[in-house]
Design a protein around this ligand. Structure first.
Ligand code: ZN
Length: 359
């Protein structure tokens, strides 16, 4: 049966009537539709643009599709109706059209340097094989490839780039030749500068961004997914490394301390910033709203900008049409205006995914 929702649609800020027919939205009245909400503020759902439903607690690969479904359900029930999976060691393409799973924009498996990333998570290759691995992982995903741009080098005792500049250029080219976008994990300064210069489409974390790098991202339209929740964990990472890798520990603390203002500068410069919790492994699912509040409180993003970054703007970036005529039948209703009370995002009143009532 068709569903009917009336409420203040954001960002348009007008009271509208929406009908959901199957997995589509229309403003043309449908006789006999079931009215499931007649007040409140309506968004096309939240977006977690850095999320791992293929990585279980303890940073190990999930054991099967049901585990991915269960992790995705935690996000969905918190109002997240689209996920960009930033790397999965377990291939779960079968879930792309699963009625219970949020829309999925997926990278394949992380392309990582040999023995310099989380164990059993990445496909580990030498530099000469990166472009080939990118082409393979482009097929495993559905629009994205994820590269590990830097990690601790235990011999150096600090973060160091995973790849040389020529390898990065070949990797980006291989992704674009395969028709997908590339993103990369970057904590340090050198790696992010090289990746932006190589024409990467998005930067994950980006703690090493400089003022020049921000200007270049803005001019190229390179996106940033800051994962503020993840960066908060740098203190614990540093504390665990103090004895064996003091230089690395100090570096991580410096990156963390400087980070909120880097994100604020990126927003001010016009870099497209999106919401990503980095759930999976060490971070719980269902944290997109918490990430949005951090972007507001710590990085100084306006509530309107945060909502775009974690909802309609991110959906557009990922290619999931929102609540327009013929758009996808995903919506979340809140009983207060999230532009005035961002914390209402923690309490969705209605959730509809793929035309089916979740809450
Ligand atoms: Zn991640």
């Amino acid at each position: 049966m068709a569903l009917h929702v009336r409420g203040v649609l954001l960002p348009d800020d007008e009271v509208v009537d929406l009908w959901l027919v199957g997995d589509r939205v229309t403003r043309t009245p449908v006789v006999g539709a079931d009215t499931i909400s007649d007040r409140g503020f309506v968004l096309p759902g939240l977006v977690d643009a850095h999320c791992h439903i293929g990585i279980a607690q303890g940073s190990r690969p999930i054991g099967g599709l049901d585990e991915a479904r269960a992790l995705a359900a935690v996000d969905r029930d918190a109002g997240v109706l689209a996920i960009r999976d930033a790397g999965s060691p377990y291939s779960y393409g079968e879930l792309d059209d699963d009625p219970d799973v949020p829309r999925l924009a997926r990278a394949g498996q992380h392309v990582a340097p040999v023995r310099r990333y989380l164990r059993d998570i990445g496909v580990e290759v030498v530099a000469a094989d990166v472009a080939g691995a990118v082409a393979t992982q482009a097929k495993a995903g559905n629009g994205w490839v994820k590269l590990v741009g830097d990690w601790i080098d235990r011999e150096v005792g600090d973060l160091s780039p995973a790849w040389d500049v020529g390898t990065l250029a070949a990797a980006v080219q291989a992704a674009h030749d395969a028709g997908v976008r590339m993103t990369a994990h970057c904590f340090a300064e050198e790696s992010v500068a090289a990746l932006v210069a190589a024409g990467i489409d998005c930067v994950e974390h980006g703690t090493g961004l400089t003022a020049d790098g921000i200007v270049e991202m803005a001019s190229r339209g390179t996106a940033l997914v800051p994962t503020m929740i993840n960066i908060e964990t740098f203190e614990a990472i540093a504390a665990a490394a103090d004895d064996r890798f003091p230089t690395y520990a100090a570096h991580m603390r410096r990156l963390r301390a400087a980070f909120p203002s880097i994100v604020g500068a990126a927003v001010d410069a016009g870099v497209p910033v999106y919401v990503g919790s980095d759930a999976g492994g060490g971070i719980d699912h269902g944290m997109a709203a918490a990430e949005m509040l951090m972007l507001h409180d710590k990085a100084g993003m306006s509530a309107d900008a945060v909502l775009a970054a974690g909802s309609w703007g991110a959906r557009e970036w990922l290619g999931f049409p929102g609540l327009v005529e013929g758009g996808l039948a995903d919506l979340v209703v809140y009983d207060a205006d999230p532009r005035r009370h961002l914390d209402v995002l923690h309490n969705p009143k209605r959730i509809v995914l793929r035309g089916r009532v979740v809450l």
